[in-house]
Design a binder for this molecule. Structure first.
Ligand SMILES: Cc1cc2nc3c(=O)[nH]c(=O)nc-3n(C[C@H](O)[C@H](O)[C@H](O)COP(=O)(O)OP(=O)(O)OC[C@H]3O[C@@H](n4cnc5c(N)ncnc54)[C@H](O)[C@@H]3O)c2cc1C
Length: 442
């Protein structure tokens, strides 16, 4: 039986990036992927008429340097998020034409505090314990801001960024996430921010290009890893189809899924406890497809953010030259779970009702309505990414990255920069590869 230098578990951006670096360093590497495709949380679907949808992750931003490099390396085209009119800010029943000062003040305060956090070690801050057991909602409620501002900021930060509710994420995790992405402006904005542009052919194409660039036979699809028998000098990785011996293993999957693998011997208690306390967030991303972008005729950009209603955000997601127009809507946390409990027809009705309130009656009659629930995906189980529950950063955070003998940890949830994003996934894969082949850092 051939012994690999490294077995990588998972062919998302983290695993693929790790494999690239390792192969580049001359190490015998294989990637075991549970699904019948690469890319993980990216999934591009092209409808019969050519309308293209990214059902998973889609945007990249100008400060995401790993993604910039990959897009340039593979010569992929990008296009900016369309903004042909005004965005809607649905705020306490009004539609102000700019962010009210009370929202700006709350975001500024979050930015100020976040700059005090080292993203590599959020647990080291002098007030880490206090902030780790305080929810974002509780902190917002002490900021002498109007209820509407508290609700709005809670929804766009906890929902739009962390795909949770403000009542379930800690202030410490929020501050970590904000600093990891370079501040609320970089995280929330379209122009110049994390939602600046999309990959022309769809985000999944980039993952496919990365995979195609690896030596033949490196990627083994439909090989879910069930068990890892490990020692300080190597491991045997067991899938449904066989056993793969290796000197090192990089586990490049979301933490809760990493916790479902059976390790022998068991992992140290701190690492095991961490994976039990990092559940995936929950966002529902749905696409309403229309013959034409009717909202643009009304001077609207299709972008909206709301302090109430089941949809927190919408965006004009129409690719240039697309045969039809796409309005994409997002629900987060409790709203997303509430929608999920309805049957598809009711869910469609509720979403279109809300789109009609925002953009007018034309929104009620899309030609297509496409949804994809990442909670139903056994190899993802939620999205956009996972977050430590209250108290977890300070009690178990230090176990996030350190290798355990032959085992190394990657995946966007282990990144210190752009955690939760593609870019963080790539960073994590390169970091884990560098732990094994330190002289071949990208
Ligand atoms: C709806 C949605 C919208 C998003 N929007 C954006 C966005 O606009 N921009 C952005 O930057 N990010 C976005 N994200 C987040 C982004 O997609 C992720 O951060 C990134 O893709 C994670 O990459 P990863 O390699 O860490 O993990 P994953 O992509 O989850 O890859 C893990 C891989 O491991 C496989 N796997 C799991 N368990 C096993 C096992 N036991 N054995 C073998 N294989 C296994 C999985 O099948 C998967 O292929 C979004 C995500 C979603 C779902």
């Amino acid at each position: 039986m051939t012994v690999s230098d490294v077995v990588v578990v998972g062919a998302g951006f983290a695993g693929l990036s790790a494999a690239h670096a390792l192969v580049g360093a001359g190490l015998r590497t294989i990637v075991l992927e549970a699904r019948d495709r690469v890319g993980g949380r990216v999934l591009t679907r092209v409808l019969p008429d050519g309308t293209q949808l990214d059902l998973g992750g889609q945007w990249v931003g100008p400060t995401q340097r790993h993604m910039q490099r990959l897009i340039a390396e593979y010569g992929l085209e990008t296009y900016p998020t369309p903004e042909y009119g005004r965005p809607i800010l649905d705020y306490g029943g009004t539609r102000p034409d700019r962010r009210p000062d009370e929202i700006v003040a709350l975001l500024d305060r979050l930015d100020d505090l976040s700059r005090q956090i080292f993203p590599e070690r959020p647990w080291d801050h002098p007030r880490a314990q206090e902030w780790d057991t305080l929810t974002l909602a509780a902190w917002l409620s002490t900021q002498n801001a109007p209820d509407t501002a508290v609700r709005y900021v809670g929804r766009v930060i906890a929902g739009g960024l962390l795909s949770c509710d403000a009542g379930e994420v800690s202030l410490l995790d929020t501050l970590f996430y904000v600093t990891s992405g370079g501040g609320t402006t970089a995280l929330l904005d379209t122009v110049g921010g994390a939602q600046a542009y999309r990959v022309g052919s769809g985000a999944q194409r980039l993952a496919e290009r990365l995979a195609a660039d690896l030596p033949e036979g490196t990627i083994r699809l439909e090989e879910p890893v069930r068990r890892i028998v490990h020692s300080p000098t190597g491991a045997h990785v067991e899938t449904d189809h066989g056993v793969h011996p290796a000197r090192h293993v990089i586990v490049a999957i979301p933490p809760s899924l990493a916790g479902r693998i059976d390790y022998s011997p068991s992992l140290p208690a701190q690492r095991d406890a961490l994976t039990q306390r990092m559940p995936a967030g929950y966002a529902l991303k749905v696409h309403a497809i229309y013959a034409a972008p009717f909202w643009r005729d009304r001077g609207l950009s299709g972008l909206s953010t709301s302090d109430s209603g089941i949809l927190t955000e919408t965006v004009d997601n129409t690719p240039p030259g697309s045969p039809r127009a796409v309005l994409t809507a997002f629900a987060y946390g409790i709203d997303a779970h509430a929608l999920r409990r309805h049957d598809p027809a009711q869910r469609r009705h509720l979403v279109l009702d809300r789109l009609a309130e925002l953009f007018g009656e034309d929104a009620r009659a899309p030609e297509d309505f496409i949804e994809f629930d990442w909670c139903d995906e056994p190899w993802t189980r939620g999205c956009f990414s996972a977050h430590p529950t209250l108290g977890t950063w300070t009690a178990y955070g230090p176990a996030l990255r350190p290798p355990i003998g032959a085992l190394h940890w990657a995946g966007t949830e282990t990144a210190s920069t752009w955690n939760g994003y593609f870019d963080g996934a790539v960073e994590s894969g390169l970091r884990a590869a560098a732990e094994i082949a330190p002289d071949h850092r990208h």
